[in-house]
Design a protein around this ligand. Structure first.
Ligand code: PMP
Length: 405
């Protein structure tokens, strides 16, 4: 297996259309032809509802849809494919979990621990679940060094939280939560563990059996797949015990006007017609990623980030918030005295797409003492020339600002 960034890039039709240096991959990635083709094939050749048609188109659609579930299970090294629940994305998965698991396990006085760089998609559903149960959402603060405070985490575990929610890679900084150390600690303390893998799945292989969490949520559109689809994986015994989250067709076994019995996994959590084409597209994205040399992809991305980090540190008046060299995918920064949106607009004028704002991490921004930042984020199809163009545009901005002539 070899990795050629130019050949990989050629698989992404949008990259040659937009004329943009796309460094907003943490928000969403572009899609390779293989994913687009799988979805088009479904609409052009099958286009039927799944699980209930007597006809052959429905049988084909069902095979493709359930095939995608198997593909995802393999991609994640999940113990069983019925543990793979299709959701609308990370947000949807977290809402399902916080609502259903929250209802099952949270009682008044309980606590839910959450890392200090969590996305609103984790914070808000768990905060609301805690409020409903009379429980408390407790943040794990950042340390002076800018990572999560391990001593504080250990101390908070003494309070026996019911659930620990951890972000594998922080979208606003690209920083990594030390899951290999922290998940066993959380489990030893008796907590159920939930991982937000939204920023990890596109950058590195995920092995759920090795990771050792109880639940794992992510979005398809950040791993070269379509929008509107994601996965919530959970341990079968827990998912079996949890109450359904949404009600309707597909998720039932038997219905009368008096009562309903519910379907088995995974259907119990998939009410209504699922996002069939999107699931097939996500299966194709997983398959496409499995065919790549992922170690080489990750090395290439790390080189791009290292170059961006060096370049940024050589510019005057740049504050870098991504404190560690092993950042994954993203770097966040501000230009001293400049509003992050102004920098974003300047970069856009130069044809460079970055994200500026609070990155759905307002509590993190509060801890950093800022209202927002600029974030550049890479995917495997980005090139060194694109990083140079980004740095050159920032350099031009500095010259424009400090040109007193
Ligand atoms: N968690 C993290 C770490 C994210 O980066 C994102 C997307 N920015 C989400 C959750 C939410 O994902 P989605 O909007 O696809 O539901």
């Amino acid at each position: 297996m070899s990795f050629d960034p130019d050949a990989l890039r050629a698989e992404f039709p949008a990259l040659s259309q937009t004329g943009t240096v796309y460094l907003d991959n943490a928000a969403t990635t572009h899609k390779p032809q293989a994913v687009l083709a799988a979805m088009t094939r479904f609409y052009q050749q099958d286009n039927a509802n799944v699980h209930r048609g007597a006809h052959r188109l429905s049988a084909r659609a069902t095979r493709a849809f359930e095939g995608a579930r198997h593909q995802l299970a393999e991609f994640l090294n999940a113990p069983a494919s019925e543990e793979v629940i299709f959701t609308g994305g990370t947000t949807d998965g977290m809402n399902l979990l916080a609502s259903s698991l929250g209802q099952m396990v949270l009682t008044p006085g309980d606590s839910v621990l959450i890392d200090g760089w969590a996305h609103h998609a984790s914070i808000v559903p768990w905060q609301q679940a805690a409020l409903r149960a009379g429980a408390q959402l407790v943040p794990i603060p950042l340390s002076e060094r800018g990572d999560l405070d391990e001593a504080a985490f250990m101390a908070l575990l003494q309070d026996k939280p019911k659930v620990v929610v951890l972000t594998q890679i922080c979208n606003a900084l690209g920083s990594r939560t030390p899951l290999a150390r922290w998940l066993p600690l959380a489990r030893q303390a008796g907590a159920l563990t939930v991982v937000d893998g939204a920023q990890a799945v596109g950058h590195e292989p995920v092995d759920l059996q090795r990771l050792g969490c109880d639940f794992y949520a992510f979005s398809g559109h950040k791993m070269y797949g379509p929008t509107g689809i994601g996965v919530l994986w959970g341990r079968a015994d827990l998912l079996d015990a949890m109450p359904p989250y949404r009600f309707g067709g597909e998720m039932i076994h038997k219905v009368s006007f008096e009562q309903t019995s519910f379907n088995t996994l995974p259907f119990k959590f998939e009410a209504g017609t699922p996002a069939i084409a999107q699931a097939i597209g996500l299966g194709a994205a997983a398959h496409w990623l499995q065919q790549q040399d992922r170690a080489a992809m990750a090395r290439h991305e790390a080189q791009l980030l290292a170059r961006a980090r060096t370049g940024l540190s050589q510019l005057d008046g740049v504050t870098l918030y991504s404190a560690f060299d092993d950042n994954v995918g993203a770097l966040a920064f501000n230009l001293d005295g400049e509003h992050h949106q102004d920098v974003g607009i300047w970069l856009d004028q130069a044809g460079i797409a970055v994200r500026c704002g609070h990155h759905c991490c307002q509590p993190l921004m509060q801890q950093l003492g800022i209202r927002g930042s600029c974030r550049m984020s890479v995917a495997a199809y980005n090139s060194e020339e694109e990083i140079e163009a980004f740095l050159a545009a920032l350099n031009d901005y500095q010259e424009f600002l400090y040109d007193d002539a």
